[in-house]
Ligand binder design. Structure first.
Ligand SMILES: Nc1ncnc2c1ncn2[C@@H]1O[C@H](COP(=O)(O)OP(=O)(O)OP(=O)(O)O)[C@@H](O)[C@H]1O
Ligand SMILES: [Mg+2]
Length: 237
């Protein structure tokens, strides 16, 4: 990979669910060591975009490159192995497993132990160490989100993909998740692709943004260029 080439490059992506064109032209690039925010109102295609990147929604047209290599024909587990870590909307931890078991599963996915990396996620989210023996399903929504992010981090992704991590979560945990994202960004070695409707969170953490409207990217650029007009037209309800 060239030093300045994008980590992820999504070009002209189109996808359908049943008979409807849910993605009609998705274009954006995520730079190395950066936080990218994908924004837009409800139902515009944000989650579908992430699913097309991770391999859960087939790409009908367009290309997705990761570290310069086309990945849009690979299976989801092949893409995961290349370094895509995905935390779906609504988290999806294992409710009947303990916190510790939920974390250890990441090691299975990765094919080796996670020993030292556990300390790193406990530093980011101290509550997880405290609740190791608890069932995942007994944590609060925000704690489950932290667990889901921790689990994705333990697979050592090059791109961490988060779908609305602040949705339905109490403000103090939103702050902790924001702090964790900021810390991970400072550490480098990984980019974060964040789908988020909470504008302040994006503006605080994001380096670049794209806005989706009815399946198309209608605006993108550095976060500083996200002005009031764009916010009014595409983001406020
Ligand atoms: N399984 C499905 N079957 C049929 N239509 C679907 C399905 N999943 C999504 N859609 C439709 O595809 C469009 C895009 O949905 P998507 O979930 O990608 O939007 P989103 O931007 O993530 O929305 P939200 O902000 O509510 O999470 C919506 O119009 C939705 O109704
Ligand atoms: Mg969604």
């Amino acid at each position: 990979m060239q030093p300045h080439s994008p980590l992820l490059q999504v070009t002209g992506v189109e996808a359908r669910i049943d008979d409807s064109a849910v993605l009609r032209g998705i274009d954006f690039e995520v730079r190395p060591d950066s936080v990218f925010c994908l924004m837009g109102r409800n139902g515009v295609g944000k989650t579908s975009t992430l699913r097309s990147i991770t391999g859960l929604l087939p790409v009908r047209r367009g290309t997705i490159r990761f570290e310069g290599r086309p990945i849009h024909r690979l299976r989801p587990e092949q893409r995961a192995r290349l370094g895509l870590g995905y935390v779906p909307q609504g988290r999806e931890i294992f409710p009947m497993l303990t916190v510790e078991e939920n974390l250890r599963i990441a090691g299975v996915a990765r094919g080796r132990g996670i020993g030292d990396d556990l300390d790193r996620v406990y530093t980011l989210f101290p509550v997880l160490r405290e609740f190791l023996p608890r069932k995942g399903g007994n944590l609060s929504g925000g704690q489950q989100q932290q667990l889901a992010i921790a689990r994705a981090l333990l697979t050592r992704p090059k791109l961490l993909i988060l779908d609305e991590p602040t949705e339905g979560i109490q403000p103090n945990i939103i702050d902790q998740i924001g702090d964790a994202i900021a810390l991970l960004r400072r550490e480098g070695g990984m980019s974060i692709l964040l789908v988020e409707q909470y504008l302040d969170f994006c503006q605080e953490l994001g380096d670049d943004f794209a806005i989706i409207e009815r399946g198309k990217v209608v605006a993108n650029g550095p976060m500083e260029s996200l002005g009031k007009d764009l916010v009014r037209t595409y983001l406020t309800v």
